[in-house]
Ligand binder design. Structure first.
Ligand SMILES: C[S@@+](CC[C@H](N)C(=O)[O-])C[C@H]1O[C@@H](n2cnc3c(N)ncnc32)[C@H](O)[C@@H]1O
Length: 156
């Protein structure tokens, strides 16, 4: 296993979001992400948006460019117990990559209007892909999150 490699990426655009700091982003049990924002793609990449309009949802891969240093365990706002970073969505991860599924509301040229942003304004975007899931809901397991919800008397 050769782990001694680095990869250089450059953003394809930035997120325009109503949020400028962590106190503004809904978090914790039952948090809803319905804020609207814009994925502003750089002009040079606009041809890459051809035919994206037909998809209802998109994956957005982005950089936690304002995160604190990584930690391998953390206690998420949805639980009072610590979990391994790879079992959470913590911003403090070895590779500071964020992943958000957003609803595509419309496209104005190289600007994608979306709902469901949880990123700060100006967050660099690494990639955008259509959201396609073939996993039946009945097959999905929610791990410690389901347990935390049961302890709080939420969820099913
Ligand atoms: C729990 S993370 C989840 C992000 C994404 N949905 C994921 O799963 O990778 C969401 C938090 O990241 C933080 N955040 C958003 N944009 C950020 C940025 N550009 N740099 C560092 N932290 C950011 C906010 O505090 C927000 O509440």
């Amino acid at each position: 296993m050769n782990l001694d490699r680095t990869f250089t990426m450059r953003p394809i655009g930035v997120v325009r979001s109503p949020y400028t700091d962590r106190t503004q982003v809904p978090r914790g049990p039952g948090a809803k992400h319905d804020a609207e924002g814009v994925l502003e793609i750089a002009a040079e990449f606009e041809p890459g948006l051809a035919d994206i309009e037909g998809f209802s949802h998109l994956y957005v891969l982005w950089v936690f460019d304002r995160a604190d240093p990584p930690t391998l365990t953390s206690t998420p706002p949805t639980d009072d117990r610590s979990h391994g970073v790879f079992a959470t969505r913590s911003p403090q991860r070895p590779n500071a990559i964020g992943l958000t599924v957003v609803r595509l509301l419309g496209r104005d040229g190289r600007r994608l209007r979306v709902r469901g942003v949880d990123m700060f304004d100006g967050t660099p975007i690494l990639d955008v892909k259509p959201y396609l899931s073939s996993i039946a809901e009945a097959e999905l397991k929610r791990g410690w999150l389901a347990e935390a919800e049961r302890r709080r008397g939420q969820g099913s």
